[in-house]
Design a protein around this ligand. Sequence first.
Ligand code: C2E
Ligand code: MG
Ligand code: MG
Ligand code: MG
Length: 291
Amino acid sequence: RAKDQGRNTYQFYTEGMQEREVMRLELEKELSQALANNEFVLHYQPQLNLNSGEITSVEALIRWQHPHRGLLAPAEFIPLAEESGRITDIGSWVVMAACRQLAAWKGTHFEHLRVAVNLSGRELDNEHLVDHIRDALNAEGIPPERLEVELTEEIFIQNIERNRDQLSRLHDLGVHLAIDDFGVGYSSLAYLRDFPVDLLKIDRSFITEVTLRHDDAVITRAVINLAHNLGLRVVAEGVETQAQLDLLRGQGCNMAQGYLISRPVPAAELEQALLGGTLEKFAATEPGFEI
Ligand code: C2E
Ligand code: MG
Ligand code: MG
Ligand code: MG
């Protein structure tokens, strides 16, 4: 009986494995067509400037409008794209699409907005990355300071020399660099000194209970102070309540991003919200605050 059970378990396990593998192969094949079929779309999540109370920048987050699986979040296909190497082409598309959006906003109410794009560490493998970003900016006539690149701490851990070189070239171009999900990686703080970073984004895991847990509040305060003393700006990620926003503003955090202000939305929806002035209302309960 034990033997049977063992065998059944084994069969069940392999069938599950096979199903997942088939599904993965299918998704990978579909992913290879997705760019050509124009199935990717960028949603935009606003970042609220806690000093001025204005929306000064937005983060572009990719979605895949899959022909029959619906709108897929990045977690469902970015890892696959990284494994298969397709991430390079996707990254190029993201940069180009963000620049096109910035161009579309020229001469409108939204022309002051900066756009942040996410790049995987893998994309720094591409020696043409910086040239491509320069070309995309030039093609659309966008000043480089309007574009921000978000990378996670992983870039401080592997291929450090190469990554520092890539980031220096990006920095020389005038593009701003943000460290995403800051505080959850395994990197050394020395890299903040050695890499041309402009911005830290405090990981959402520190924000979720920041009003409930003293230790989280101590950590956010320390990161904000560290960043300011290094001349960097700070964004809090995943702000969902007014209490979190007020606490972070009190600590001197420069910007907040999260569902409280807005979920990531299509460009047209963002424009509606900005025109309606509904996003700014979360700021400035304490006028005159200075960072
Ligand atoms: P991220 O760059 O840290 O983006 C923040 C994620 O947190 C987004 O998930 C956003 O929708 C979500 N989020 C924002 N505010 C809140 C909040 O208040 N509460 C909660 N619970 N979540 C919030 P999303 O869009 O699913 O993206 C997940 C990750 O996928 C991103 O994390 C980023 O690492 C990656 N990603 C997104 N777009 C791209 C892209 O174009 N290229 C690459 N390489 N990676 C991307
Ligand atoms: Mg990001
Ligand atoms: Mg993040
Ligand atoms: Mg993240």
